[in-house]
Design a protein around this ligand. Structure first.
Ligand code: NAD
Length: 428
């Protein structure tokens, strides 16, 4: 088959990595099958009346991958490309992400097929409230706790919290994280994923003995994750030479002034299109620049066997979920490129979501210094553990992260499964 017609499937990429880790752990087939599949997958259909009076139907999903470690946790994506296999992969990654970082949550994900840029704020509110109503029995602070993902943010989370509270007749803040501060959100949550990506990037640079002030980076995606990753790395002295969003990609070998670009973005309807102080490049060329760090922070499967051979970066830090397809792994490994996997690199979001959930449950409000310190401690510990296990088993950091996560979830799952009498690990 020619590489041109290979259709990448993020769920298959997840399974490929899962199987390698499961084989190293000698995991029994029954538990392996159990952990590959979601516990629940729900499809909902609902309609809203648009501003122009027309009625539009929408399809949405919620997939609960696993709840062995705690209530399931995971974002909600609004995008035209949302599909069940994508949501299934994203839900499983949430399970592994919490397990790697030691957050007591399981994994879930949701999505609605829609283009949020084509809807007014009122329409987005109606869509979010209708989706919440349809899933009111699934969500809950001790059951399933959504958060933002691509195309959603604090507004959507606030509407979800409000609708859920109305349906239950009392305020229930802990049902969702990533809310505005005035709706019970946490300090530091908006920027948490990007802050986490920057913490992990600095640790990866240190591993390769590259000083931040001498390092260059290219960042794909300038939304929540890309923008904040760019800002924090810029503040640490890393020269960001290229950024992109869906509209345009820019390159400036002298380094892009990120605070100035953010100002431009905020004044320009949240896009970098037309930013003057750089040259426009092709979207796909951003990934191939000769930089120390490449941060794909937009969507999955952007690095595949088709372009992996041309990547020049020394380190790839996966800001997005699943940006490196499994068929690119060996090529990147052979090129000695250090890939820091999504389930570690972008875990800052779920970590501060956990802090928000704790604050809501305990009726507390934490200081930002406390939040950032705890975030840093958790990610540093996660990074050290992943690299220690990678050395121990002579595997990539990604497979090491899967080994850690799978072992933890499998052990907990086997305790929960009273009916499961088969051994957890194969008897040789
Ligand atoms: P977002 O909607 O805020 O931003 C996405 C960005 O990607 C936008 O700038 C968009 O224009 C850009 N983009 C889309 N297609 C592109 C393309 N083909 N080329 C270049 N840019 C493109 O979304 P986000 O919350 O920043 O999420 C981005 C990724 O990070 C997703 O994979 C998401 O699952 C993952 N993630 C997000 C969080 C979070 O807290 N928001 C946490 C962990 C992981």
């Amino acid at each position: 088959m020619s590489s041109e017609i290979i259709k990448h499937n993020p769920f298959q990429s997840m399974i490929d990595r899962f199987n390698i880790a499961a084989d190293i752990l000698n995991l029994d087939d029954s538990i392996k099958q159990k952990l590959q599949r979601p516990e629940k997958q729900i499809t909902v259909n609902f309609s809203i009346t648009l501003n122009n009076g027309n009625v539009q139907n929408f399809e949405g999903y919620r997939v609960i991958h696993n709840t062995a470690l705690g209530p399931s946790k995971g974002g909600i994506r609004y995008d035209t490309a949302v599909n069940l296999d994508e949501v299934k992969a994203l839900a499983a990654w949430m399970t592994w992400k919490s397990a790697v970082t030691g957050i007591p949550f399981g994994g879930a994900k949701g999505g609605i097929i829609c283009d949020p840029r084509n809807h007014s704020k009122t329409e987005l509110e109606k869509i979010t409230r209708a989706y919440t109503k349809a899933l009111a029995d699934i969500f809950g602070p001790e059951k399933d706790v959504p958060a933002p993902d691509m195309g959603t943010g604090p507004d959507e989370m606030g509407w979800l919290m409000d609708e859920f509270s109305i349906l239950h007749g009392r305020p229930i803040h802990a049902v969702v994280t990533g809310k505005h501060l005035h709706s019970g959100g946490s300090l530091g949550r908006v920027e948490a994923t990007g802050r986490g990506v920057s913490i992990i990037t600095l640790l990866a640079l240190e591993k390769l003995k590259i000083r931040p002030a001498r390092a260059t980076a290219a960042i794909q995606g300038f939304g929540n994750v890309g923008l904040h990753s760019a800002l924090f790395l810029h503040e640490k002295g890393v020269k960001i030479v290229a950024v992109s969003d869906v509209s345009e990609a820019f390159y400036n070998p002298n380094g892009i002034n990120i605070p100035e670009l953010i100002l431009y973005y905020n004044l320009n309807n949240k896009t970098i299109k037309g930013y003057p102080n750089s040259v426009a490049i092709k979207h796909e060329d951003l990934l191939l620049l000769d930089v120390d760090v490449l941060i794909p922070a937009a969507k999955e499967d952007v690095i595949t066997q088709k372009n992996a051979g041309d990547i020049q970066a020394r380190i790839i830090v996966e800001g997005a979920n699943g940006p490196v397809a499994s068929d690119a792994a060996q090529i990147l490994h052979d090129k000695n490129i250090l890939v820091v996997p999504d389930i570690l690199a972008n875990a800052g979001g779920v970590t501060v979501s956990y802090f928000e959930w704790l604050q809501n449950s305990l009726l507390e409000s934490w200081r930002i210094s406390q939040i950032n310190k705890r975030l840093e401690d958790i990610l540093e510990k996660g990074f050290e553990t992943v690299f220690r296990v990678a050395v121990k088993h002579n595997v990539t950091p990604r497979i090491a992260a899967y080994i850690i996560a799978l072992k933890k979830v499998a052990e907990t799952q086997s305790v929960k499964e009273v009916a499961l009498e088969a051994p957890l690990f194969k008897q040789n």
